[in-house]
Design a binder for this molecule. Structure first.
Ligand code: ZN
Length: 312
């Protein structure tokens, strides 16, 4: 029996036009490797629209957007943070990345697909309200949550961030949002330094899960089964958004956790099962980090394969 794909893959060639200087880890080849790894899979392939300016303004002030536009270079690069650069194509890429998660939310809540993966760059989870940082310009995951809450009228949305770095931007953007449960696991100590367990949001709705260096499956399971999953069940989200960074992989050059491809598959499958139990399987996942090209491609593929086989 042939059935329509339950998973959307949302991307845009503009995301390959965000060019970083030679040697920068967040590079064009990352997305090329991810897309190549996903080529054989049965997915509903969707071209990401540009986010509307009003979408961006749900999470960032107009002055921040104006400053990014002013800084955008006609050629070469503009450096806007210690490790965040704008090339001439970067803003369009960022608008496509934000547009991809908005489209993902629209498709999943509209019942067109059960879940969606936005294969985009620049990533988003380090971008704070009025500060670009850590390779990130717009807070894509927080935007997805706000779009689901404010545009679609949901009452409860959860964001789960398993990137190895703390989702400080998502935490900042949703700090005072009682309708959003934010769960983020990260190696600690590690850049950006935030993400302690006592950072819990204005309404106690943020759950930080710091993991010691070299953590592997046992620590992941303890953190997620012991803390994250019970919180998700208690919160009863109507949609789960995933900040899918794959830099907790043991081969990643920017961090020191010991996850492997099977760990990303396990965690994704658990989240899919929870989504089936809690919210009709509705998940919107967006690419964050992951800097070893082969590890990134394999882990991203395993993640999307679990989305494809997710229970309804
Ligand atoms: Zn990261």
């Amino acid at each position: 029996m042939t059935t329509a794909p339950i998973t959307a893959l949302i991307t845009h060639a503009d995301c390959l036009n965000h060019v970083t200087p030679e040697g920068h880890p967040e590079r064009v080849a990352r997305l090329e490797h991810v897309l190549h790894a996903l080529e054989p899979l049965e997915l509903k392939r969707v071209t990401a629209p540009m986010a509307a300016e009003d979408d961006i303004l749900r999470i960032h002030p107009a002055a921040y957007l104006a400053e990014l536009r002013r800084a955008s270079p006609a050629e070469g690069w503009a450096q806007i943070d210690g490790d965040t650069f704008l090339s001439p194509g970067s803003l369009d890429a960022a608008f496509r990345a934000a547009g991809a998660v908005v489209r993902g939310v629209d498709m999943v809540l509209g019942g067109e697909v059960q879940n969606a993966f936005a294969a985009v760059r620049p990533p988003g989870h380090h971008a704070e309200t009025d500060t670009a940082m850590g390779f990130c310009l717009f807070g894509n995951a927080a935007l997805a949550a706000k779009h689901a809450l404010d545009h679609h009228g949901l009452s409860r949305v959860a964001v789960v961030d398993f990137d190895v770095h703390h989702g400080n931007g998502t935490q900042d953007l949703l700090w005072d949002e009682p309708r959003a449960l934010v769960i983020t696991s990260q190696q600690m100590p590690l850049w950006p330094g935030s993400g302690r367990a006592d950072e819990d949001g204005a309404h106690g709705q943020i759950l930080n899960l710091p993991l010691p260096p070299e953590s592997g499956r046992a620590e992941i399971q303890a953190a997620y089964e012991g803390q994250a999953f019970p919180r998700l069940r208690a919160f009863r989200p109507e949609l789960i958004i995933i900040s899918a960074g794959f830099d907790a992989h043991q081969d990643d050059p920017l961090a020191n956790l010991n996850w492997n491809t099977a760990d990303f598959a396990w965690l994704t499958a658990q989240l899919c099962a929870l989504a089936a139990e809690l919210c009709g399987g509705r998940i919107v996942s967006t690419l964050e980090g992951g800097y070893d090209l082969n590890a990134l491609a394999a882990a991203a593929r395993a993640h999307v394969e679990e989305l494809i086989r997710a229970p309804a």
